[in-house]
Design a protein around this ligand. Structure first.
Ligand code: SF4
Ligand code: SF4
Length: 504
């Protein structure tokens, strides 16, 4: 069918700079650039361009520019360009519109309406370059009371403690499965987590056997609705187990890894036949109540000899606080909450852009509810979705998180430009693809170093911000809303966040 769609991007090539090296032609997986040997000229067909910017970055003479196509329909506040294009796409295909990465709609980003405190005069600030500053965080259930035995000058804890996992910075890598991302990207995350002393998350794609010994102690292994790759060895190889109930980008629906992406090692890791579709059902078929969830939590604890904390990950939805309370009472040691802007390899656009609530409001509501019920210490909270910088991390912790998951930020560190075309399997940066020509573009040694640099930079900045507030341990900031003030927020928003307005 002849397509009525307007191109999304405009590709401009400066002929005075182009040396016809054909780098752009080789770098583009979408066939935008081509060389005509008869005319000895480079040409572009911009209609398949996805704006990944790979050609722009790799052009040795800075001859290329790629930007949003200026051609537009008659401006219409109701029928925007995006609405018209989406409708035309569906008229041409009759299908669901898929997308990748996180929600890009202009919902309020509360991080940008929260400001942090700093010490002045009465409580001196702390210089993190001269004083010790503690970012280590222990993830897991804490005891109701702590009993100690003092013997001479020795003090020992006699209370029975639940398993806790220490991380050297309160930043973890989000669940991204091998299959959705390339082996190279998956290994890069594992290498960076190990080097920095934090955790990566297998998502629902399993943990390849050859990685278990080396990276298991930095892995969170997921048990999701498809139960791919789940067996006792998988569970016991990890630092922590996570039951995935929901995902911020697609609350309430399952997932689908097409058979053509299920190559030999992915099939082996997921324990499914090679080339078959990996379908994740929307619900976990054995969980229809908090009691059912409790049975799975304790089954996983049993399988891991009560040595590993069990996390339950949910999408942030309307009654998230009540759900989180039930999860903690069901026996979970960690509640992970993934908000409206959470990323994905593939999701229906209608779901990604319209379902769920912002993580800032969900996090504040959950933290407050658990405190009111006197059970906040029984779990750690991990907040996820749309964490873009170290200040977002600090604000999340002041709103009640113990730690955050970063997904898109980690991908961007590796090269991703948030082009949102992960579901096509043609990621130009070698991240969200299984094409061997493309995956070879990602060198795990280099990508993991980029990730470690990101964690190091953010951790330094977090220490600076803590020092400025006169705090020397991240623990002292957790849920401490006195260090936050709202700017430009409505009364109801301040109430949900539990934060005063600036000047109060
Ligand atoms: S990469 Fe740059 S210099 Fe090379 S052919 Fe493409 S536009 Fe020309
Ligand atoms: S991972 Fe690749 S395909 Fe997905 S948004 Fe990033 S650059 Fe685009």
């Amino acid at each position: 069918m002849f397509s009525h769609l307007l191109p999304e991007f405009l590709v401009e090539r400066r002929s005075d700079r182009c040396i016809k090296c054909r780098v752009c032609e080789r770098q583009c997986p979408n066939g935008v650039h081509h060389y005509d040997p008869e005319l000895d000229l480079m040409f572009s067909d911009e209609s398949p361009c996805v704006g990944c910017q790979r050609c722009v970055v790799f052009c040795p003479t800075n001859a290329l520019s790629v930007y949003p196509h200026p051609t537009t329909y008659r401006p219409n506040a109701s029928w925007t360009r995006e609405k018209l294009q989406d409708l035309k796409k569906q008229a041409e295909t009759g299908g669901v519109i898929l997308t990748g990465s996180g929600n890009d709609k202009p919902y309020r980003i509360y991080w940008d309406h929260l400001v942090l405190n700093a010490s002045q005069v009465t409580n001196p600030s702390i210089d993190p370059l001269r004083e010790p500053m503690e970012l280590r965080t222990y993830l897991g259930r804490k005891p109701d009371t702590l009993e100690v035995e003092v013997c001479g000058d020795k003090v020992s804890i006699t209370s029975r403690l639940s398993p806790n996992v220490p991380v050297e910075t309160p930043i973890l890598f989000s669940a991204m499965s091998y299959g959705a991302i390339s082996y190279q990207a998956f290994v890069s995350l594992a290498m960076a987590a190990k080097e920095f002393g934090t955790l990566f998350n297998t998502g629902e794609g399993g943990l390849p056997r050859e990685m278990r010994e080396k990276f298991g102690q930095n892995a969170i292994v997921q048990c999701a609705s498809g139960r791919f790759g789940v067996d006792p060895e998988y569970l016991n190889s990890a630092a922590m187990v996570e039951i995935k109930i929901g995902q911020g980008a697609k609350p309430g629906i399952g997932g689908h890894l097409p058979g053509e992406k299920v190559a030999a090692n992915i099939a082996l890791t997921r324990m499914i036949p090679e080339g078959t579709d990996a379908l994740s059902p929307a619900p976990q078929h054995d969980i229809y109540s908090i009691e059912d969830l409790s049975m799975l939590i304790y089954a996983l604890k049993e399988a891991t000899n009560y040595e590993k904390p069990v996390s339950v990950k949910i999408a942030a939805v309307h009654n998230v606080a009540a759900i989180a309370s039930g999860i903690v009472r069901a026996g979970a040691d960690i509640v992970a909450i993934d908000g409206l802007r959470g990323g994905t390899g593939a999701a229906p656009k209608a779901i990604r852009d319209n379902v769920g609530i912002p993580i800032e409001l969900a996090l504040a509501a959950v933290d407050r509810r658990l405190r009111e019920e006197g059970i906040r210490h029984k779990c750690s909270i991990i907040a996820a979705s749309g964490i873009r910088c170290s200040a977002d991390v600090v604000k999340a912790i002041a709103l009640g998180a113990d730690a955050v998951y970063i997904g898109s930020a980690a991908l961007v560190a590796m090269g991703c430009t948030l082009c949102q075309k992960c579901y096509t399997g043609k990621c130009a940066w070698g991240i969200c693809t299984q094409d061997p020509y493309l995956t070879r573009r990602l060198n795990p040694e280099i990508a993991s170093q980029r990730l470690v640099n990101l964690l190091r930079g953010w951790s330094h900045e977090i220490k600076e911000m803590l020092g400025g507030m006169g705090i020397n341990a991240i623990e002292s900031l957790r849920g401490n809303r006195e260090h936050l003030r709202g700017v430009g927020l409505e009364g109801w928003e301040l109430d949900v966040l539990g934060v005063k307005g600036a000047g109060e």
